[in-house]
Design a protein around this ligand. Sequence first.
Ligand SMILES: [Zn+2]
Length: 385
Amino acid sequence: MVVSEINLSKLTTLDVLKDLVAFRSLTPDDAGSLDYIARIVSWLGGSSIRTDRNETTNLIATIGTGEKIFAFAGHVDVVPTGECSLWQSDDPFELYQDGDKLIGRGVADMKGGIAAFLVAMIRYVSNHDMSKYKIMLVITSDEEGSAIDGTCVMVDYFKNNNIMLDYCLVGEPSCTNFLGDTIKVGRRGSLTGNLIVNGKQGHIAYPHLCQNPIHDFAPALAELSSKIWDNGNQYFPATSLQFANINSGLGVTNVIPGSLMANFNFRYNTEHTAEYLQNEVIKILDFHQLNYNITWNHSAKPFMTNAGDFMQIAESAIKHVTGLTVAKKTDGGTSDGRFLIDISRQIMELGLLNGTIHQINEFTTISDINNLTEVYFSILNEVFN
Ligand SMILES: [Zn+2]
């Protein structure tokens, strides 16, 4: 388990992945894996601090004293294994090798990405004068869980200390069929509205004595659900509003209900802010003269890596190592990129294949983790060139 200092330069990505998988880091327990990473950092002459909160552990590590900062962000926590007997191996926390295939919980999401970056970093740091460069690690144990005490706590640390990352690479599994086929250059935002339309309950035969919230809401619903918010842009699909729940009525046929509850979610692109969308919704509700209360939950801002050289650096590193032309996408759910964007000049997600993540027999391959190591190494070389 404990790699010796002497062997550091001989460490392969497979060695590190084997070690990382063995930590039973069910979210939000890092199970010692952050100490393991901190040890590698200290052997390379770097330092680490922890911003743990509640059950969550967070590691911020720094190697080098240069101006320009390249950061690798990710998480060591994993989701539960599910029924162990269904796994090809006896223990999903013991890396199981079947030819080129590597099976184990977290190998793709995202211990394989961390192992690849650590080895790329060891190689880079061993051969460069780190007074000119700065590499940072931003690793949490709470990405798969509530994500309340994880990356956002580290982001606060960066904000409080006025540290801005020039390049932030999130090692989440971004690829679909082949290593290097996809990078995520942004993500959509997520905004949920919880609406209550107030009416007046009464006998259905005496509607003039009641106020029917279903009837009141119907034209607003039609307008909200058919409105075109935008047409998307080069990287993002159009903003979408979807209703998730509408409830009203007492379950009987002779009562006009007193209220209606509805909630809806926006997945929105960089054409808008959450404030803009909230105002547009309120305008429509007011136009239809509804008596309502609304609360909002804004769980993610959209982000897009800003104009700069990062996208192109990643593109050419991938081309160089795999021969593939990478697709730049913004689809999928939210990620910790939503927090990191606040402290990053340029941000991108690039990691292994995501086809088996969270599944029984989650796997990656030796060739993929080695190629990813090469891609990360080549990105480091270009960024600090
Ligand atoms: Zn993940």
